[in-house]
Design a protein around this ligand. Structure first.
Ligand code: TRP
Ligand code: SF4
Length: 444
């Protein structure tokens, strides 16, 4: 018999291309260092990341960091959206700032939703559920509509200076027929992602955007824009020779001369650093064993100077990538196919019925099932347990074992899961009613 793998349903074989071709790193390599990992981390639902180490180091050191995501208010919030909400909330509970954007500009420009509908769907579908799931307001929790945020409008305009049509069309498939507001809403999303690093929110800090794997192009675009808009670019290099040296090279792109001079002065005043000056860049030399320390020092100096001279000094936003849930009938889970999802506002009875109709990994006959066991890796009912309904890993492992061992049969199993789903929906909806009372704490 093959080894038991209770997370088999979230195998990442199909995602290996992402690692090799697009430079996404494996989340597993960081997992052991994460305190109280979320069940999506433990169960490998979150499988990849870009520069999440920046966030992890901040968590471990008790330094500022943030998590942010956005939702287009164009339909019902379902279990897929709940995944993202939970990931943001987990980061807030680890001491981070949480940001949640209601992408009403995008829904208005792209999905032709009226402002009124955006407002209603934003509050009733997304905001109430996020609060019910544990999103906390205050200094460390911000929920906003894009159209109501001057920060977002200003920053997206600014970012627009660094983006051109070819780059955006390569990512989003824009062509000559695409309306301009659609293009603007791509930059609005980048502004959402960078906003937590504005001075108003405490300045540059690591920020993670938890997304599905297909969202990576947006992340890469924003990381690129962040780099382009910054005043300084840093590179590290090594030279061999009689004496090996490491270098941190500082290039000023659009920085005013005064800002570059201020960087030189700060480095000069720092007893541990020395530099050489070249045309267009300066070169801080150090012993190769000191390169990380030196880089951190130089980063701190350029960032401080940049802020003083009115720049942003953005840290490239980090991302984590999660696997998608399968639709309850197999195939994709999608807001446009009601039988494929369970909405967070679904009537609990209807939710339970959807579980009873969901595609299982059961065999054709009961006899066969007892002999061969079920296939939880292919079962959408098992996925509901793995993603949402069972917190305890051992309890989940028991279900897995009983299923592959043939002692658990689908009829009873579905009844059990339907019961859990009914309970979850009922409780969640009660919490949503309590959340309604708290809307004013978020400024709504
Ligand atoms: N564009 C996203 C969507 O289609 C919504 C969104 C807006 C978003 N701003 C964001 C997602 C920032 C992640 C981060 O649903
Ligand atoms: Fe899925 Fe449960 Fe059937 Fe196993 S017993 S295949 S987990 S429904």
């Amino acid at each position: 018999m093959t080894t038991l793998d209770p997370w088999g349903a979230v195998k990442i074989d199909n995602y290996s291309k992402l690692f090799d071709e697009f430079g996404i790193s494996k989340f597993d390599d960081l997992l052991a260092r994460i305190p109280n990992p979320h069940r999506y981390m433990r169960r490998h639902v979150i499988f990849g990341h870009r520069s999440y180490e920046s966030v992890l180091l901040a968590i471990l050191a008790g330094k500022p960091f943030a998590a942010m995501s956005g939702f287009m208010p164009s339909g019902r919030a379902h279990l897929g959206h709940k995944m993202v909400m939970e990931e943001i909330i987990w980061h807030q509970q680890q001491g981070g700032d949480a940001f949640l954007a209601i992408a009403d500009m995008e829904a208005h420009a792209v999905r032709e939703k009226s402002w009124k509908e955006c407002r209603e769907l934003g509050i009733n579908e997304y905001i109430l559920s996020a609060i019910a799931l544990g999103f906390e307001p205050g200094e460390h929790g911000h929920i906003y509509f894009q159209s109501k945020s001057a920060n977002i409008k200003d920053l997206s305009f600014e970012l627009g200076i660094k983006a051109n049509f070819s780059e955006l069309s390569a990512i989003y498939g824009f062509n000559g027929e695409t309306n301009i507001a659609h293009m603007v809403s791509a930059l609005t999303q980048s502004a959402d992602i960078l906003q937590p690093q504005l001075a108003e929110f405490g300045g540059p800090k690591p920020v993670v955007i938890p997304v599905g794997a297909d969202q990576d192009p947006h992340i890469r675009l924003t990381r690129g824009l962040a780099e382009k808009i910054n005043l300084f670019t840093l590179f590290t290099a090594y030279s061999k020779g009689q004496e090996a040296h490491a270098h941190v090279k500082i290039y000023s792109k659009s920085a005013p001369k005064k800002a570059f001079d201020a960087v030189k002065m700060a480095i000069d005043n720092n007893t541990t650093l020395s530099f050489f000056e070249y045309e267009g860049h300066i070169d801080v030399q150090c012993d190769p064993s000191k390169i990380n320390e030196t880089l951190e020092n130089v980063k701190r100096i350029t960032s401080e100077v940049e802020i003083k001279f009115g720049g942003y000094a953005f840290i490239p936003p980090a991302s984590t990538y999660h696997k998608f849930m399968t639709g309850l009938q197999g195939g994709k889970m999608s807001s446009s196919i009601p039988e494929s999802y369970i909405a967070l506002t679904e009537n609990p009875e209807d939710g339970a019925k959807k579980v009873m109709r969901a595609m299982t990994g059961g065999r054709v006959t009961l006899e066969e099932q007892k002999k061969l066991g079920g296939e939880p890796d292919k079962c959408t009912v098992y996925e509901l347990l793995l993603y949402h309904l069972v917190e305890d890993d051992n309890e989940l492992l028991e279900v897995y074992k009983d299923c592959v061992g043939g002692t658990r049969v689908c009829g009873n199993c579905k009844k059990h899961v339907a019961e859990l789903m009914r309970g979850f929906l009922k409780e969640h909806q009660e919490k949503r009613e309590l959340a309604r009372e708290r809307l004013s704490e978020f400024g709504f």
